[in-house]
Structures are given as structure tokens and as C-alpha cells.
Design a protein around this ligand. Structure first.
Ligand code: COI
Length: 309
């Protein structure tokens, strides 16, 4: 069975068998949803008591039209990736794992839902950006903001992603890969990209916006900070002013989905600054290689992150 039967995916009836892994076109996979056999589902009442979860065949789920998640956006999610040493082929894909927690109980007045559903589904994925590992082009957004102090920007709520779709769609329509947001108070300091964190390289110093409630503390961000320090770079978590982009040697993004994505250009108020001469910057390439080699078990894990099963 081809793993690309999206009609069956949409109807929730499609499933792949183990043999299909070999038939996946890893080179052209991208980051679209490909149905897999199973999902995990568990219910939780408002008191925080989870019932026994169970592995189920992957299928559409039933929700009350009055579910908290549909009416008031009560949802959280995460993103993880599983890599195997030989299948999928190293460097050509991974299994993206998406845990989702949502208010599934019915509400009408604004209130926390009386019941929650936790589920996990998975999908084989390739590169997040259509550029693959080639540098992406960002535009700095200085009017629309992703997050506000005291808001939910530092938590992986589904609402954070709905809020960026307008700016992201406008940027994509103009040919940019994604949007880089500024802080909403000073409109001066870098925050993050719609789908990932941002790093700025100058000489041996790598700077990234400090976690202060409006930026997601991504695990890939944290891993890259540790990997960079292990490679003798100086890493600073601080306020990074948008002007520093002009002076930077390299810029790259990090995220579970994007891994390490080099930035080829950033446009701010009509001016475009280019990086890497059209190629991948040396620092981005080094950090990408060190991290992914660890993830795929190709090098000795001196960070002690790998769990042998
Ligand atoms: C991830 O990197 O795993 C995310 O959740 C970002 C999402 C936009 C794909």
C-alpha cells in the first residue's frame, strides 16, 4: 500500500503496514501528515485524573461541537522526533511524534473544559522547509506580534500558532520562508520565528534570545546551546537587538521540526541582509552535523543523551 493515500487518511480509514517503511520516498517527504497505524489516547477529568490510556487504530476522533478546544482554543501540544540508525535511512527522515492535550469536554460559557483528551499520533517526516537544508529567507515582522509579556508565548499552546498564520501567509505570498518576530514592547529585540527559535553568530559567539515568557524554550534550542558550548563556542542567552542582524556572520533557526535551519537572508523594513553567500554557513553546518550525528547514533554520545533500548 502506498503511504501517500491522502483520501484514506482524510477519512481516517487508512493504515500502513511495517513493509511500507521501505517504500516511503524519504527524499521527497517534506513535512505533510502521512497516516500511520496507531495513535494513543487517554482521557482526563478536571480533577487531573487520567483514565487508562490505550493504543488505538489511527482514526478520526469524535468531539462535541461545544468542546473547549474548538470554542476557546484550549489545547497544548509538543513535537518530538525518533531517529533510527538504519531505517528510515540516516539523514533522510525521522518519525515525528505529536502529543496533543485538549479540552474535549463541552462548555458554553468561558471556563476550563470538564474533560481533557490526551493523544499521541506520529508521522514520518522529511525536511520542514521546502528549501530542505538550503538556507531559508526570513522577513522581520515589526507590526504583528507572536506573543506578549504575561501571555502564552512561552508555552506550546495551539493558539500561539493560530496567531502567526496571518503574518506567515503574507510572508510566504511574497516568497519568504517564514517570519521573524520582534518583542511587542520595544519592537526592537528578536523573539522567534513562527515555527522555531533563532540564533545569531558573530565570530566565536552565538547569541539567542533569552527565555522570558514570550519565547518557547525549545529542546533543540537547548540541545544546540549545549552542543555549541561543547564545541568551544561562547553562547549568550540575552536580549538580541534586531540591528545585530546587520553585523552577524551567520543566522540559523532551531526546532524539533526544522532541526538546524540556516538562514540565507533576512529582510527588515525593506533592507535585505544576506548570509553564507548562498550556501550553508560553517557554524550552522557544524552544529547541524554534530547534533544529527548524535541523534542518529553515528558518533559517540559524549553528552549522555542517547538511551540504548
Ligand atoms: C516542532 O518543531 O516540533 C513544532 O512543534 C513546530 C511546529 C510548527 C511544527
Amino acid at each position: 500500500v502506498s503511504p501517500f493515500k491522502r483520501d484514506a487518511v482524510a477519512s481516517g480509514t487508512y493504515s500502513t503496514g511495517p513493509a511500507d517503511v521501505a517504500s516511503i520516498d524519504w527524499d521527497n517527504l517534506g513535512f505533510g501528515y502521512i497516516a500511520t497505524d496507531y495513535m494513543y489516547m487517554m482521557k482526563c477529568d478536571q480533577g487531573g485524573t487520567f483514565s487508562n490510556g490505550e493504543l488505538q487504530r489511527f482514526a478520526n476522533i469524535e468531539l462535541s461541537p461545544s468542546a473547549g478546544v474548538l470554542n476557546y482554543g484550549q489545547g497544548l501540544f509538543e513535537g518530538l522526533k525518533a531517529y533510527m540508525k538504519e531505517v528510515p535511512p540516516p539523514g533522510k527522515g525521522s518519525l515525528y511524534i505529536r502529543p496533543l492535550l485538549m479540552g474535549s469536554g463541552a462548555v458554553l460559557g468561558l471556563a476550563p473544559a470538564p474533560e481533557y483528551t490526551f493523544l499521541i499520533y506520529v508521522s514520518p517526516v522529511g525536511n520542514y522547509f521546502k528549501e530542505g537544508l538550503a538556507p531559508i529567507n526570513l522577513i522581520v515582522e515589526h507590526e504583528l506580534h507572536r506573543a506578549t509579556p504575561g501571555g502564552t508565548g512561552g508555552v506550546k499552546t495551539i493558539g500561539n500558532y493560530a496567531a502567526v498564520l496571518k503574518a506567515q501567509s503574507a510572508a510566504k505570498a511574497k516568497g519568504y520562508s517564514d517570519v521573524l518576530y520582534l518583542d511587542c514592547v520595544n519592537k526592537k529585540y528578536l523573539e522567534e520565528v513562527s515555527s522555531c527559535n533563532i540564533f545569531v553568530v558573530k565570530g566565536n559567539t552565538i547569541s539567542t534570545p533569552a527565555i522570558k515568557g514570550t519565547i518557547l524554550p525549545g529542546i533543540t534550542r537547548k540541545s544546540i546551546i549545549d552542543v555549541a558550548r561543547s564545541q568551544e563556542f561562547q553562547v549568550e542567552e540575552r536580549l538580541v537587538a534586531v540591528d545585530e542582524l546587520l553585523d552577524a556572520d551567520e543566522v540559523f533557526c532551531t526546532g524539533t521540526a526544522v532541526v538546524v535551519s540556516p538562514v540565507g537572508s533576512i529582510t527588515y523594513k525593506g533592507e535585505t541582509k544576506k548570509y553564507g553567500g548562498g550556501g550553508v554557513g560553517a557554524v550552522s553546518q557544524k552544529l547541524y552535523t554534530v547534533l544529527t550525528s548524535l541523534q542518529m547514533g553515528l558518533t559517540e554520545d559524549k553528552m549522555n543523551w542517547t538511551l540504548e533500548l
